[in-house]
Design a protein. Structure first.
Length: 230
């Protein structure tokens, strides 16, 4: 896709699909509703057995020793599933969980209460460039899962990627597990990440609409893409 086409793209108005095939519309989410968020979390927990192995695989791409003292940012971290995996994988990590839903943050705080001394929670809107200042980097690793596609607009997503690039320490990774095909497809997101300042961007794994992308600010090691499928 040409650079001039990037900003002309808008996501389709029809419903998208999760990994399990449930229909939804990006515009239908009401992340500020306690009732809606509680029901969304109830349904989402049914996918944990699918997502946990993928998140663990994603975190293995970080090229960090498990006993390192590291600062990690979880973008759109919701109720804390990804942060929980980070805390397990890196027992000395300090994790900042950013989200724009106060009900999600409240749930995450309760869920991750045993790790209170290793967690920070930041209420911030990714559509507002000031979110970068609010999370207060830099970070050794930035992660995200099933979140950024909810911005629903290529311009907003591009701005988010640029913000993430600015928060990473030299040589650090941004690891993203998302429904890229809902908003433009994997190839478009690889282009956006490259344009945002990442030196190397690789789709590590892909199945139907969901994929794992690893983006680094400097060459660290070879990431070998897997073939599509499990």
């Amino acid at each position: 896709m040409l650079q001039s086409q990037l900003w002309a793209f808008r996501p389709p108005t029809h419903s998208g699909m999760t990994e399990k095939g449930d229909s939804f519309s990006i515009a239908d989410h009401d992340w500020h509703s306690q009732t809606y968020v509680e029901e969304w979390i109830r349904r989402d927990t049914s996918r944990h057995d699918i997502r946990r192995p993928r998140l663990q695989e994603m975190l293995s791409l970080a090229s960090l020793d498990s006993d390192n003292d590291i600062a990690v940012l979880d973008v759109g971290g919701g109720y804390g599933l990804v942060s929980e995996q980070v805390l397990h994988a890196f027992p000395r990590a300090i994790v900042t969980l950013q989200d724009y839903s106060q009900p999600m943050l409240d749930f995450a705080r309760r869920r991750l209460a045993p790790y209170a001394d290793r967690m920070r929670y930041v209420f911030a809107d990714l559509c507002d460039p000031s979110w970068v200042d609010r999370v207060a980097g830099p970070f050794d690793l930035v992660v995200s899962a099933i979140a950024i596609h909810n911005l629903g607009d290529i311009g907003m997503i591009n701005g988010c990627y640029r913000g993430i690039a600015s928060l990473l320490k030299p040589g650090a990774f941004f690891l993203d597990y998302d429904l890229f095909d809902i908003v433009g497809g994997v190839d478009l997101h690889i282009t956006l990440l490259s344009n945002a300042g990442f030196e190397r961007v690789v789709c590590h794994w892909r199945q139907e609409r969901v994929a794992i992308i690893a983006a680094s600010s400097h060459f660290q090691y070879d990431i070998h893409p897997f073939s599509e499928g499990i």
